[in-house]
Design a protein around this ligand. Structure first.
Ligand code: NAP
Length: 264
């Protein structure tokens, strides 16, 4: 089996990466940074986001495995003392391949159309104060948004930024996207729904900002500034990310461990 490895770059992650390489080589694994079968990320969920963006053009061939340097994460489900156990399982057993939905974003500006894929979410904010944008669902006007911004997340991203905004946590077996508001202005003049909205796979939404507006666009951990944006279409992507699971770790256990903790 050949693999690529990304680490967060801190001392512990680098040490674990060295440990992984040594134990993997002893078991006959080969490093392949160009077209690996397995991508191993060592750090946190944020490191897995970076690994996803590095290999997002090879999603059909690649399976991801995350090793967390701290607590267990949503994408990183092995801990630092478990590398030898993981590698032994990789030698001796076939993993369950688990696939999670992604978000497809198409941004139209004076430069043309540009497509992006997000594992967690797409974030839209105005560089200069309040964001003003029309939201359409399935080509019908839905609301006029005024506020700090809009976050559109995947089911696995629903535990990230979306959750801090009061959005629902969605099981990743549901192919859906979720639209959450960041501090919308609601008064007698401006009105939005106020709660998050969940769309199924066969629906899409468009955000139509004022094309004069300078925008902050966030795709997971990546942030860019864009102008002359006339339309942004978001839908559940056709592509999915695949994780190689060598042991079960149910999604609701992750949610409980991350946000509730303790014994019930
Ligand atoms: P960061 O600002 O360094 O860390 C953000 C935190 O979010 C980290 O603790 C990270 O976990 C965690 N995280 C990432 N994906 C998650 C997920 N799907 N479910 C639950 N927690 C998750 O940035 P980063 O590490 O590059 O991650 C970028 C992500 O940060 C964005 O995609 C967004 O979801 C999130 N974010 C959240 C807020 C907020 O809640 N107010 C604001 C901006 C961005 P690890 O420690 O395991 O890496």
């Amino acid at each position: 089996m050949n693999y690529a490895l990304l680490d967060r770059g801190d001392r512990l992650s680098r040490a674990l990466a060295e440990e992984f390489h040594a134990l993997a080589e002893a078991r006959g694994f080969k490093v392949n940074d160009v077209s690996p079968e397995i991508v191993v990320s060592i750090g946190g969920d944020g490191t897995l986001l970076q690994a996803f963006h590095r290999f997002k053009n090879q999603l059909e061939q690649v399976s991801f495995i995350g090793i967390h340097t701290g607590h267990l994460g949503f994408y990183a489900d092995w801990k630092k003392g478990e590398i030898a156990e993981l590698l032994d399982l990789m030698v001796s057993s076939e993993p369950r391949k688990v696939q999670y939905p992604l978000l497809h974003i198409e941004i139209t500006s004076s430069l043309g159309k540009t497509d992006f894929l997000a594992l967690n979410e797409f974030t839209l904010k105005s560089v200069d104060g309040t964001l003003v944008a029309a939201l359409h669902i399935n080509d019908e006007p839905f609301e006029m948004f005024r506020g700090d911004g809009i976050v559109i997340s995947t089911p696995t991203g629903s535990t990230g930024y979306n959750k801090s905004l009061g959005g629902a946590v969605i099981h990743p077996s549901l192919e859906a996207l979720q639209i959450a508001e960041i501090a919308s202005i609601n008064n007698r003049v401006y009105r939005t729904l106020g709660s998050s909205v969940i769309l199924p796979k066969h629906h899409h939404c468009d955000i139509v900002p004022d094309s004069e507006e300078e925008l902050f666009i966030g795709i997971d951990h990546l942030v860019m500034q864009m102008s002359t944006v006339s339309n942004i279409t978001c839908r559940v992507a056709d592509d999915k990310i695949t994780f190689a699971r060598y042991r079960p770790f149910p999604f609701w256990n992750r949610v409980r461990e991350a946000f509730i903790g303790g014994s019930v």
